[in-house]
Ligand binder design. Structure first.
Ligand SMILES: Cc1ncc(COP(=O)(O)O)c(C=O)c1O
Length: 336
């Protein structure tokens, strides 16, 4: 094709959002015939996380409704990934982005947002992600003419991204064989949207949500719903059941996945895999076949400065013990 012939080649960065691969975690269930765990590799999205889907859905709907005209600033509270996604979209499409974030987010996140040119209002780390939400709400209420408040926690276009995208991709990629869906809860958009659509496709699919087991946790991006500002889009009744996850277990799984599956995933992804393993082991014990699909929200890139990667894994960690026993026969399996 010659330049100027009217046809365009290649894709824009925004066309690359979604259609992420499913990765088989075969070594994790090597000792359990009949069960399979599959992770959706969301770090392949151009902004590096699952939140590209929600952010682009929110932005596209706002643009269509005329809520983001030239001169208006997109404003939202975020613990990181949604902010990165907005910043990428704003840079690519030419609208300014202001984010409210706790000031203790990792240095990597700060650098990424700076690189995209987003402005950040730093909030008190002691107030966590709820503190950032309160500041964003206040700014939006005080300056409605200045901001389009994207409100990812209350915006229905968040979960719709997963209803129209993530769920259908999973259905097609597993050829309809998915039996269980496991996802973590932050805004809850991923779990809500994917679950709603999967249930339409096959009401027998079990959908399991996962959240931190305490208000003070290291599962970045996730909310302990009992003590947090509950996202307006969250409906707990949608889950068949919920798993509470300890941060230490997620750390142990993150290391295990890096060293045994060759997968460098983020902490919430590792937590989701640990929850999926609980489901898979339960099904295997009951002599049932299962295809468990979970969401690997982002890669380890933004968490590499965390100490747990080099800390010795606690010898009494239940997960480590279980994996040690189960994987004694898997060649080269390593835990520390
Ligand atoms: C790393 C990470 N994992 C999980 C989630 C939760 O996704 P959702 O907001 O769709 O519940 C988020 C949300 O920001 C996240 O950043």
């Amino acid at each position: 094709m010659t330049p100027g012939s009217g046809r365009q080649v290649g894709k824009t960065i925004l066309d690359r959002i979604g259609s992420t691969p499913l990765v088989r975690l075969d070594r994790l269930t090597a000792h359990q015939p009949g069960v399979q765990i599959l992770g959706k590799a969301e770090w392949v999205n151009p902004g590096g996380s699952v939140k590209d889907r929600a952010a682009s859905s929110i932005v596209t709907a706002a643009q269509t409704a005329g809520q983001l005209p030239p001169g208006k600033i997109l404003l939202d509270a975020t613990s990181g990934n949604t902010g990165i996604a907005y910043a990428m979209l704003g840079a690519a499409q030419g609208f300014p982005v202001n984010l409210c974030m706790p000031s203790n987010v990792s240095a990597e996140r700060k650098r990424i947002l700076e690189a995209y040119g987003a402005k950040v209002v730093w909030t008190d780390p002691a107030d966590g992600s709820d503190g950032a939400i309160r500041v964003a709400r206040k700014l939006a209420a005080e300056h409605p003419e200045k901001y389009f408040y994207a409100d990812q926690y209350g915006n229905e276009n968040n979960w719709r991204a997963h209803y129209h995208g993530t769920a259908n991709e999973i259905w097609e990629q597993t050829e309809g064989k998915i039996t269980h869906f496991v996802a973590s809860l932050g805004t809850s958009g991923t779990f809500m949207g994917t679950t709603r659509r999967l249930r339409e496709l096959n009401p027998k699919i079990k959908c399991i949500s996962m959240q931190p087991d305490s208000p003070f946790h290291g599962l970045e991006g996730l909310k302990h719903m009992a003590t947090a500002i509950v996202p307006p889009i969250y409906d707990p009744k949608l889950a068949d059941w919920n798993i509470y996850m300890a941060t230490e277990r997620a750390y142990a799984m993150a290391k295990w996945l890096a060293r045994n599956e060759g997968l460098l995933v983020g902490i919430s992804s590792a937590a989701a895999v640990a929850a999926s393993l609980e489901i898979a082991e339960g099904e295997a014990a009951a002599h049932r076949e299962a295809v468990v699909v979970t969401i690997l929200c982002d890669s380890a890139d933004k968490y590499l400065s965390e100490h747990f990667w080099s800390d010795p894994i606690a010898a009494d960690d239940v997960l480590v013990e279980r994996l040690s026993t189960n994987h004694a026969s898997v060649a080269g399996s390593t835990l520390d």
